[in-house]
Design a binder for this molecule. Structure first.
Ligand SMILES: *[C@@H]1O[C@H](CO)[C@@H](O)[C@H](O)[C@H]1NC(C)=O
Ligand SMILES: *[C@@H]1O[C@H](CO)[C@@H](O)[C@H](O)[C@H]1NC(C)=O
Length: 840
């Protein structure tokens, strides 16, 4: 919608200038009628012109501000989700959850300014000094951490391996009353078998208000915080009790030192700093079995003077210092839960936990059948961990994006919004990403379709009136504190692959096959509410990302600097530094975007028909875009025998140290630091960008090639060729024979999508091989063969790397198979569960 409006503006501008040009002609014709007439006419004309210009000026100003407002005006159709959909009244069993994926362990509710709870910890008497663990940081170098089990609603069990001890952090919920009910945490600390002595650990449990509600600390024996009572609008009255530690199930209390802190915090991203700044070394730990030793503990903290209109909120910390092994429980009890049969602790908790674990295991096997497929218990455990980390990585965020449109000089705030979403990585990317989320929901929808409905709805409710959705969601102070400033602003011209259509298409296919399936009962009303937004979304892509030729498409928002980058990046495509045309221009057309548009128009046709809406135009667009001959005309390079982009391109580029002129008199003092700049040895021209890699595979990945297409034979050959895409660990992103293979983009920018193995695309490749092996065609057998081989390679390697390193990774090395990049990365890499289960 944005584009036609802009065009109107330009068209008006042209007619305006034509009017300005007309008068002189008129004047020449009237010449003979005498001087007075001419001057009268001239005066009238000038007055007319002045008035017209003024009107035009204000109109343009008005249009500009109207267009500017549109960038931050939300889509007018009724929201997919009722405003109350996440409240304790409507959705009590999902109100509390581990919706803070950015911390090692913590819970909050699905409300904008939730009271949050969490855990920090540190080792005492450790030679490496004080290390407070709180937010997930790769720099903490934990041996591993992650959910072993998590059902997305009732319970989760996480294992965290620190240097010489292991913490197991478990939560169990119990619904009751009007405010989301109760929950209990159980933290178990154990010594590593290899550690020489039992370490002493401080656990710091905290409760923090976020501008709403109040907290009261209740102290016993001068230093021990026995419980916190509090009240907030969404939670009513509540009580949090800190149980005394024991050394194990059914054993007596155990020696521990206690400290507490009650203070104020200006925002949640300050909690770690406040705790660190309050630490003092004046306390003494003296259990019966060890000598008296001073240790670090929270002491006093004086908040800085309050700034104007800054709200400070209550923040309470309970510190327990104790030698492993230990077990501690923390109980949250809701004041409105009156007829509680017993307290959820001790043996009651153990029993409930056992019951939940048994039912989780049964449900997992029923859904994914990994045992039946012959996977070992350890591999099944790995599959459970992958799914659990995806579910345990769900977050609930609240805040405002910062956006930049062409009609604003400076970035402005997007409307306040909430977002329920999975995240790619709890340490490195603990926030929502549009293109990742479609992949996340492919897995989640197989476990709990309700979560998928809610996540998709939250995302589409973020759409503005033009049909644009900010692709990276940095909502709230905590999310913002994790993002480098240059990535905060989201540009309203920029797209991202519309991967939600993968999920929608899958749902539609399921619905066609089993219209009466109980889990699909709510799907029609859901799709009906989505539909107006999907229409606008389609139109936004179809107009703003249109390419230079009919039925071609071009990603907007490529890097503009052609001197710095070996190849200017295309972040919007999701494939960041994957090589595209060397000189970004409006003549470009991108094959991956073309294929995404095939998927989108295919799904819209299907959906419109199902809902009884106008489907003819979508059908025509789908038919035109999916035509294999059109695809070949636009994107098939005979030279490469592969699909690729087209644009202003030269392969003759390299990075060289910049030549800087230094005046002779300065030469003796200092040598300037030389940065690398791009050198172009041969001028670019319009041609195919002959890069072979993931982008070339898209017509195959999204099932656009007809099964009898000869192009399919070429694709399968490239896929299986070790000199190109095949490795023993999965398909690499860029052919080993490509000149850009594993090349840095600047001196600081390591290769990203230039060779490494990514699991989302390997998932799509396996899905496509599965597809082509199940329909008749000359390459059916070949596809089946490759499917088996590739599936085994991917599963074996990810599992092996997890076993050895403790993590699932962002990408895998194409030469060694080793995990690399951010970790844990249990976003789309967790699709390994679907690959093991052969659910496509
Ligand atoms: C939630 O909102 C919907 C729509 O506004 C309304 O029909 C429903 O009664 C509300 N539910 C509750 C429990 O307030
Ligand atoms: C998509 O854009 C093309 C080119 O402008 C247009 O012909 C087609 O009708 C559009 N499709 C739909 C469904 O609006």
């Amino acid at each position: 919608m944005g584009k036609p409006r802009k065009r109107n503006l330009a068209a008006d501008g042209e007619s305006h200038s034509q009017k300005e040009k007309k008068p002189p002609i008129l004047v020449q014709k009237e010449k003979k009628k005498g001087k007075t007439d001419i001057s009268k006419i001239l005066i009238n004309i000038s007055i007319g012109m002045c008035i017209f210009s003024l009107v035009w000026f204000f109109y343009a100003l008005y249009m500009r501000s109207a267009l500017a407002r549109r960038a931050v005006t939300l889509h007018p159709s009724p929201r997919v989700l009722d405003a109350n959909s996440t409240t304790a009244a409507v959705s009590p069993e999902r109100f509390w959850g581990s919706y803070r994926p950015q911390v090692y362990f913590g819970m909050k509710t699905r409300s904008p300014r939730s009271v949050v709870t969490g855990l920090m910890w540190m080792s005492q008497f450790s030679p490496s000094g004080i290390n407070v663990r709180h937010t997930c940081e790769q720099g903490d170098r934990l041996r591993s951490y992650g959910w072993l089990m998590h059902d997305g609603i009732n319970f989760g069990m996480q294992q965290i391996q620190d240097t010489d001890f292991t913490l197991t952090t478990t939560f169990v919920k119990r619904v009751g009353g009007d405010h989301g009910g109760d929950w209990t945490w159980r933290i178990v600390g154990k010594q590593h078998s290899l550690a020489s002595h039992a370490p002493v650990v401080s656990l710091m449990f905290y409760v923090a208000a976020d501008t709403q509600g109040s907290l009261h600390a209740h102290i016993e024996d001068r230093t021990r915080l026995s419980h916190v009572t509090g009240n907030s609008k969404e939670l009513g009255d509540f009580k949090i009790t800190f149980g005394k530690p024991i050394s194990g199930e059914a054993s007596a209390n155990k020696y521990a030192s206690y400290n507490y802190l009650k203070t104020l915090s200006p925002s949640l991203d300050q909690l770690t700093n406040i705790v660190k700044n309050s630490l003092s070394h004046r306390f003494v730990f003296s259990s019966s079995t060890s000598e008296r030793r001073p240790y670090f503990a929270v002491d006093t903290y004086t908040p800085p003077p309050q700034k104007d209109n800054q709200i400070q909120s209550d923040f309470v910390v309970h510190q327990v210092t104790i030698q492993v092994p230990f077990q501690i429980e923390v109980l949250f009890e809701s004041g409105s839960f009156h007829d509680r049969p017993n307290q959820l602790k001790g043996s009651v908790l153990t029993e409930e936990l056992t019951r939940l674990m048994v039912s989780y295991n049964e449900r997992f096997e029923k859904k994914f059948r990994l045992e039946a497929k012959g996977f070992t218990p350890a591999q099944v455990g790995f599959g459970k961990a992958a799914l659990s980390n995806m579910l345990g990585g769900m977050g609930y965020f609240f805040g405002q994006s910062v956006v930049q449109s062409n009609f604003h000089e400076h970035p402005i705030f997007y409307p306040e919004a909430t977002l329920f979403t999975a995240v790619p990585s709890r340490s490195f990317f603990p926030r929502g990403f549009l293109w990742d989320e479609g992949f996340h929901q492919l897995l989640i929808s197989k476990w709990d379709l309700h979560v998928t409905h809610e996540a998709v709805a939250h995302w589409l409710d973020l759409m503005n009136v033009e049909g644009w959705i900010p692709r990276e969601q940095i909502l709230g102070d905590e999310a913002l504190s994790k993002v480098p400033s240059e990535f905060v602003v989201q540009h309203t011209e920029n797209a991202n692959p519309p991967t939600f259509f993968l999920v929608l298409e899958e749902l539609l296919e399921q619905f066609d096959a089993h219209p009466d399936a109980p889990q699909l009962r709510d799907i029609l009303p859901f799709l009906r509410r989505l539909y107006p937004r999907l229409q606008t979304w389609f139109e936004w892509y179809n107009t703003t990302q249109a390419g230079p030729l009919p039925n071609s498409y071009r990603w907007r928002g490529r890097d503009k600097d052609t001197n710095r980058f070996l190849n200017p990046k295309t972040l919007t495509s999701g494939l960041d530094d994957y090589p595209r045309a060397s000189h970004p221009s409006v003549d470009e057309r991108h094959v991956d975007l073309h294929c995404w548009m095939v998927l989108v128009s295919r799904t819209m046709t299907h959906l419109a028909r199902l809902l009884g809406e106008q489907h003819e135009e979508y059908g025509r667009t789908y038919k035109a875009l999916s035509s294999n001959s059109l695809l070949s005309e636009l994107h098939w390079s005979e030279q490469l025998s592969a699909f690729c982009d087209y644009g202003n391109h030269t392969p003759a580029v390299s990075l060289q140290p910049e030549k800087v002129f230094v005046p002779p008199e300065q030469r003796q003092y200092q040598l300037p630091v030389k940065r690398l700049v791009r050198v172009v040895r041969k001028a670019p021209k319009l041609q195919y960008v002959n890069a072979l890699g993931y982008v070339s595979l898209f017509p195959f990945l999204l099932h656009i090639l007809t099964p009898d297409s000869q192009k399919l034979e070429h694709v399968l050959k490239d896929v299986r060729d070790p000199a190109r895409l095949w490795t023993p660990y999965g398909l690499r992103s860029l052919s080993r024979s490509d000149p850009m293979y594993m090349k840095r983009n600047t001196e600081h920018d390591a290769p990203y999508w230039r060779g490494s193995i990514w699991i989302n695309i390997n998932y799509l490749a396996l899905r496509a091989l599965h597809h082509y092996s199940s329909i008749e065609g000359p390459y059916q057998l070949k596809a089946a063969e490759l499917y088996q081989e590739l599936r085994a390679n991917v599963i074996n390697n990810i599992y092996k790397q997890y076993d050895e390193s403790g993590y699932i990774w962002e990408q895998y090395s194409d030469s060694t198979g080793r995990g690399q990049g951010s970790h844990p990365f249990t976003g789309w890499s967790a699709l390994i569960v679907l690959i093991m289960a052969e659910e496509y």
